[in-house]
Design a protein around this ligand. Structure first.
Ligand code: G
Ligand code: G
Ligand code: MN
Ligand code: NA
Length: 253
């Protein structure tokens, strides 16, 4: 495998493809957003998942170009949906390294400008560990993005080491409760306690919440009872390509 060496060419020649997973409001089952998840349609190795190449992109200097491609494609697609009348947000995963690049906010601003896509409908998902590695630098860049109106979301929430006071200092809009807690909450009592506590915490800090990893109706109902607003998971849909998403969305109430 020469994946790291192949990456720049893959980005340049459109071998990357985005799949989208719906993000659904629980009370009326309205699709309010999507998360974009990158895949690599490799000419020799077939469809590769991000865990097999994002770390390589980070280690080989390709992550900037890859992230720009992902943002450009996700925002263009969301603009098309918007033009068709679907007012949905688009969430993009951002690698820790990107938060060390002072040119990043300007790049995002340019993409929003050329598509006329509203900043508040773009959500950047940052993992807790990403923020921790260089607090001051990341805070500066996150604050610039926030001032532009872009939404900041803490991904995999509950798995990192971020203290709550620290979380509150950052201009964060949303937390995504990690799927490891949500997946089993209907039959593991401790997981249910953790999800309930995180929901409470988010409410008290004025943050939006997405429960990730909702895999069945029972979990959906429990989240509804707990007052969770928004859910994402295989129960609604796996991440799917644009064509499949178009077919999926018309089956929704
Ligand atoms: O879609 P999948 O479950 O295979 O995603 C695995 C991991 O890859 C997730 O943690 C997700 O955040 C990450 N990921 C998916 N797309 C991107 C992307 O465009 N950029 C970065 N940095 N990570 C991504
Ligand atoms: O780390 P991040 O939250 O970005 O990762 C998202 C990944 O989680 C997606 O690539 C997707 O494949 C996976 N995922 C989404 N919903 C579910 C789910 O309900 N169950 C499980 N096990 N994985 C999920
Ligand atoms: Mn994510
Ligand atoms: Na997550």
């Amino acid at each position: 495998l020469r994946l790291a060496q192949d990456l720049p060419e893959a980005v340049a020649s459109n071998q990357l493809v985005l799949h989208y997973q719906p993000i659904v409001r629980i009370d009326d089952q309205e699709v309010i957003g999507v998360e974009a998840l990158v895949r690599w349609q490799h000419p020799k190795h077939g469809l590769l998942f991000p865990d097999s190449f994002i770390p390589l992109a980070e280690g080989s200097g390709s992550i900037e170009a890859l992230t720009e491609w992902v943002l450009q494609d996700a925002i263009s697609q969301a603009s098309l949906w918007r033009a068709a009348g679907d007012r949905i947000s688009v969430s993009v995963n951002i690698s820790a390294l990107i938060l060390h690049n002072p040119a990043f906010p300007q790049m995002v601003a340019r993409l929003l400008e050329t598509t006329s896509f509203p900043a508040h409908l773009l959500k950047l998902e940052i993992t807790e560990s990403a923020i921790i590695s260089d607090v001051n630098r990341a805070t500066e860049i996150v604050t610039q993005l926030h001032d532009m109106g872009v939404c900041l979301s803490i991904d995999d929430f509950g798995t990192g080491y971020t203290s709550l006071a620290y979380l509150r200092k950052l201009p964060v809009d949303e937390i995504k409760i990690d799927k490891s807690f949500v997946m089993n909450m209907s039959h593991v009592a401790d997981d249910e306690v953790i999800v309930r506590t995180l929901l409470d915490l988010a409410k008290n800090l004025g943050l939006s919440v997405v429960a990730e990893g909702v895999e069945d109706a029972e979990t959906w109902r429990m989240l509804e009872d707990l007052g969770c607003d928004v859910a994402q998971g295989y129960f609604m849909s796996r991440p799917i390509d644009v064509e499949a998403f178009k077919d999926w969305i018309v089956t929704q109430p």
